[in-house]
Design a protein around this ligand. Structure first.
Ligand code: FES
Ligand SMILES: [Fe+2]
Length: 304
């Protein structure tokens, strides 16, 4: 398989507005993404089974249906044609493929690779709790493949070099569809200062990582990527902070935090966009469990 099987994030909930259809391209395929009037997120193969119009370019959400911009055939959330304005009979093959979707903890997810999802992604700890802010988030496009992003989890030796982070203790475990990283260390934020932290970051499948971080600031992070095609992906990241009485201070912290995350990812981007995938790599003691991580990831690359 070209891409790893699993759940991928196509947007934070507020990126996918009710009533608007938009074109998307993921996994090398043309798709239409929208949210129905009642709030259900839908992902369909983009091209209308009739004469092939792209449903994401001018398609209109009408209640629970999507209306094609070319001859106004309508489609239900299951991708089946629900009406043709000038015909009584709906042809049997008048449908477009519906991709499994879900919405969990402020993320809209799409399942890639088989008909039925094989595991669930839990909501981020603190999501929906008034003691926590909602997600502040951002997205960057990167010319790389998902396995490079995931490999960061086990790549102990890159933290001081690339991120200026000193990791005192680092543990990885791999359990079924989860890859778990726990670390204890000190961050030296690019803006100055020093921040002792403990962190637990869990990949739920090959593309969605939820992190709980305790330190000067408690935070909850999301890091999720989705391939556009074999060469490029979208990487989304978001942060929730524990709500603080001082709203102005919190706002400053929030935007500084997102900026810091963006800087952190950009530190990796220069490496990712220009590196070559080594299989097998030459490793040394102290590298972290890169082989184990690769074997864990491989489970998603074999047919279900
Ligand atoms: S192409 Fe979609 S209704 Fe004709
Ligand atoms: Fe990194």
């Amino acid at each position: 398989m070209t891409f790893a099987r699993g759940w991928y994030c196509i947007g934070f909930s507020d990126e996918i507005a009710a009533g608007v259809a938009r074109p998307a391209r993921y996994f090398g395929q043309d798709l239409v993404v929208y949210r129905t009037a009642s709030g259900v997120p839908v992902v369909l193969d983009a091209h209308c089974p009739h004469l092939g119009a792209h449903l994401g370019h001018g398609g209109v959400v009408v209640g629970e249906d999507l209306r094609c911009p070319f001859h106004a055939w309508t489609f239900g959330v299951d991708g089946r044609c629900s009406g043709i304005p000038y015909a009584d009979h709906i042809p049997r093959r008048a449908f477009t493929r519906r991709w499994p979707t879900d919405e969990v903890g402020g993320l809209v997810l799409v399942w890639y690779g088989s008909d039925t999802p094989e595991y669930a992604v839990p909501p981020s700890d603190g999501h929906g709790d008034p003691a926590w802010s909602s997600f502040s988030h951002s997205m960057i496009r990167i010319r790389t493949q998902g396995r490079e992003i995931v490999e960061n989890v086990a790549d102990l030796a890159h933290f001081p070099t690339v991120h200026g982070t000193v990791v005192d203790r680092f543990e990885n475990s791999f359990e079924g569809h989860q890859a778990i990283q726990r670390s204890w260390g000190t961050a030296y934020p690019r803006g100055g200062g020093k921040d002792a932290f403990t962190l637990e970051a869990v990949y739920h499948g090959p593309a969605i990582q939820l992190t709980t971080m305790e330190g000067v600031l408690a935070s909850r992070l999301v890091n999720a990527h989705i391939p556009i095609d074999e060469h490029e992906l979208e990487l989304r990241f978001g942060v929730m902070l524990r709500v603080h009485d001082n709203a102005a201070l919190m706002e400053r912290i929030r935007s500084a935090y997102i900026d810091n995350l963006r800087v952190g990812f950009h530190e990796d981007v220069r490496i990712w966009e220009n590196k070559r995938w080594r299989e097998p790599p030459v490793l040394a003691a102290g590298d972290g469990p890169i082989g184990k991580l690769r074997r864990w990831y491989q489970q998603f690359c074999e047919p279900a």
